[in-house]
Design a protein around this ligand. Structure first.
Ligand code: X5A
Ligand code: ZN
Length: 679
């Protein structure tokens, strides 16, 4: 299994710059690259990466995507004087040539291909390329929006040819629509392109009809182009996460890519003058973390836009830090998507219903009541009370943003906490099967356990035998609570007792919100610290007497032999609830008669590492060594193995989730993905 993170940066790409006055282009400055790199050095992230040199992309490689004419024009600018450069530049929408532009653009292409090679050859697991000029607006025969060659599109085409890949996912989280990338792949079903972008009902650049949610791809590529237009500025962390839960992730897991490329623009982050959005740098850690669960972890992040130097460089650091496997920071702010975001999400889900099994039971009746075109909704949809404040324009707001970045980021990026996992292992035979990085801790002394139990947990623990098993769980939990390790595994013969003690112990220790996911048909011991514990019970039959509490949710679930219902449960329910709750510790228990397979369980662990600063206690009941091993791997950040062929979800299960969602979305707002009564 590949490990390590590649970093590609070449100072020469800072030589491309604007030589004349142009208020549209003057934000695309060389410092975007150098200050991002400086910040990476500052957080000691550079030294933790595998340095890979850039190279020039060859003409042949550029021609994978671009026309010979386009290449010739670009090449001819190398020897031009300023006057001529200005004249050629004026042929394009928002582009400037410098004598070094051609050379830099070839380095940008080559750097992207070096990254693909490093990941595909197994030299590293993932990586990031810091490049200029960016690429995603560039088209077969045209420079556009600061982009000359489409780095990411060339990388995808190259990966298809050189490695015979059949499914590549491109995630474009830049705040602009990568229309160039869309045009290049719109008829190609082997490349799934996802882009969210500031749109404002076509008022925002590049102001194209084909950037709307109903551009789903053409011909054989129908369904493989996903556009999520943002019709308001000020979108924030919860809007981006909702977009991942309810749009991108279900489709991406169904697509099952062999490689993921990110068109990584950070103009979608807070403070950016182009995007005017509100997402903080830590959200990029979450987005990165989610994408790391796909394609066996093969993830190539390639820089696009990002024009607020501080916001850009902090977000780059968050991305690289996450690629390296560090704990994911807890997201800040209230977790509720805004109405306009929900509306866009609903529209794109409806538009893609014909092409995706995960959306096959989507309710699209709202489409008949009103036109499907979003610009007609513009006037109808002004509900200021549920909408966030729009533009950040005032000086005051700008100062607030700078302050926030200055203080907040230092706290979460310094120091570099290593991710450590603890386990108590009963048999020596199983110990060697666990990842080397796991620290084996000594069980807690029995007298200590007895003292603890008789003082606080006597009502939970009645038998001597269960008392004994608590020693290992408490030893591991203690390491997590005192932040010596991030994650831990404890074996337990009676998971429900261990969990009950673990939950109460954590709350007593001072944790305010503990999320517990209990998989399996065990009677759950009711907790007395209501509100500080949220229990999601994935079991076959409901335990009726506990349903009154809003902090006990029973997800009656029996995984069918071939269904992929699990994804709808995770993305449509478990993750949205978990993110709404904002736990500071996650306890995941796996008991007997578990209704999920081993792969599903390890993906659940992998995804939930995004919460609670990656603090997870795993309590595993039956000594199934395979399960132990895959949970241990997931806890240290190894990617989840392949799921195999995607089977459609069953209507009954999807319906169940929908009912739960309707019931609970007032309490857990990230569940919202449709707007009631049409608008
Ligand atoms: C790569 C990128 C933006 C172009 C904006 C032109 N381009 N108004 O972010
Ligand atoms: Zn952009």
């Amino acid at each position: 299994m590949a490990s390590g993170t590649a970093l590609i940066y070449d100072e020469e790409m800072t030589t491309h710059k604007l030589l004349w006055n142009d208020p549209i282009c003057d934000i695309e400055v060389p410092e975007r690259l150098s200050s991002s790199y400086e910040q990476l050095k500052c957080y000691h992230l550079v030294e933790r990466c595998v340095r890979v040199p850039a190279r020039e992309g060859s003409e042949e490689e550029i021609l994978l995507v671009h026309s010979p004419e386009h290449l010739e024009v670009a090449k001819s600018t190398q020897t031009m004087d300023e006057e001529e450069l200005k004249r050629v530049s004026a042929n394009y929408d928002a582009f400037f040539f410098h004598p070094s532009t051609y050379r830099c653009a070839r380095l940008a292409v080559g750097a992207s291909l070096q990254l693909v090679d490093s990941v595909m050859s197994g030299k590293v697991c993932n990586g990031m390329a810091l490049v200029r000029p960016p690429g995603h607006h560039s088209q077969r025969s045209a420079a556009n929006g600061f982009c000359l060659f489409n780095n990411v599109a060339i990388a995808a085409e190259y990966a298809k040819r050189k490695y015979g890949l059949q499914r590549i996912l491109i995630v474009d989280w830049d705040v602009h629509h990568g229309q160039g990338t869309q045009y290049i792949f719109e008829e190609d079903p082997s490349v799934l392109y996802f882009s969210w972008h500031r749109y404002e009902h076509q008022k925002f650049w590049p102001s194209l009809k084909e950037s709307d949610y109903d551009a789903v791809g053409l011909g054989r590529g129908k369904g493989s182009n996903i556009n999520l237009p943002w019709n308001k500025v000020g979108m924030g962390n919860s809007d981006y996460l909702a977009a991942f839960f309810h749009v991108l992730l279900p489709m991406a897991f169904e697509f099952d890519p062999e490689l993921v490329l990110v068109s990584s623009g950070y103009d979608s982050g807070i403070g950016d003058p182009e995007g005017q959005m509100n997402a903080t740098p830590d959200v990029f850690a979450h987005l990165t973390h989610f994408l790391m669960q796909l394609a066996n972890g093969k993830l190539c992040v390639i820089l696009e836009g990002g024009y607020h130097l501080k916001s850009l460089s902090e977000s780059v650091c968050m991305t690289v830090k996450t690629l390296l496997g560090d704990p994911v920071p807890q997201i800040s702010g209230e977790m509720a998507p805004c109405l306009s975001a929900i509306e866009s999400i609903q529209n794109v889900r409806a538009a893609h219903k014909p092409y995706w099994k995960c959306l096959m039971y989507e309710d699209t009746s709202f489409l008949q009541n009103l036109s499907t075109k979003s610009h007609l909704l513009e006037k109808a949809n002004t509900n200021p009370s549920t909408e966030h404040e729009s533009k950040i324009t005032s000086k005051d707001e700008m100062v607030k943003v700078e302050r926030f970045l200055e203080l907040h980021m230092k706290n979460i990026l310094f120091p570099v906490p290593p991710i450590k996992t603890a386990a108590t292992i009963e048999s020596k035979a199983s110990a060697h099967l666990l990842p080397l990085s796991i620290r084996v801790v000594k069980e807690m002394d029995m007298n200590e356990v007895k003292a603890l139990v008789s003082a606080f947990y006597a009502d939970l623990v009645k038998e001597e035998e269960t008392l004994l098993s608590l020693g290992s769980m408490l030893a591991v939990l203690d390491k997590i609570l005192t932040k010596q390790v991030c994650t831990g595994i404890a074996e337990s013969p009676t998971a429900s007792v261990s969990v009950a003690v673990a939950l109460r112990h954590s709350v007593r220790f001072g944790f305010q919100r503990v999320l517990c996911i209990f998989v399996g048909d065990r009677e759950i011991i009711p907790n007395t610290e209501d509100g500080r514990i949220l229990m999601i019970h994935v079991c076959e039959k409901q335990q009726s007497e506990k349903t009154n509490s809003k902090h006990y949710i029973s997800l009656n679930w029996k995984e069918g032999a071939e269904g992929n219902d699990f994804f709808s449960a995770v993305f449509g329910f478990i993750l949205p609830v978990a993110y709404s709750y904002q736990a500071n510790l996650t306890v995941i228990a796996v008991g007997p008669n578990k209704s999920l397979g081993i792969n599903e369980i390890s993906l659940l662990f992998g995804l939930l590492r995004g919460l609670a600063e990656s603090r997870i206690l795993a309590v595993i009941e039956n000594t199934e060594i395979n399960l132990m091993q895959s949970v241990a791997k997931a806890l240290v950040g190894d990617p989840t193995p392949d799921f195999g062929v995607y089977a459609p979800p069953t209507q009954e299960k999807v319906h169940k989730i929908k009912i739960l969602r309707d019931q609970l979305q007032q309490e857990w707002k990230m569940l919202q993905c449709s707007v009631k009564n049409g608008i």
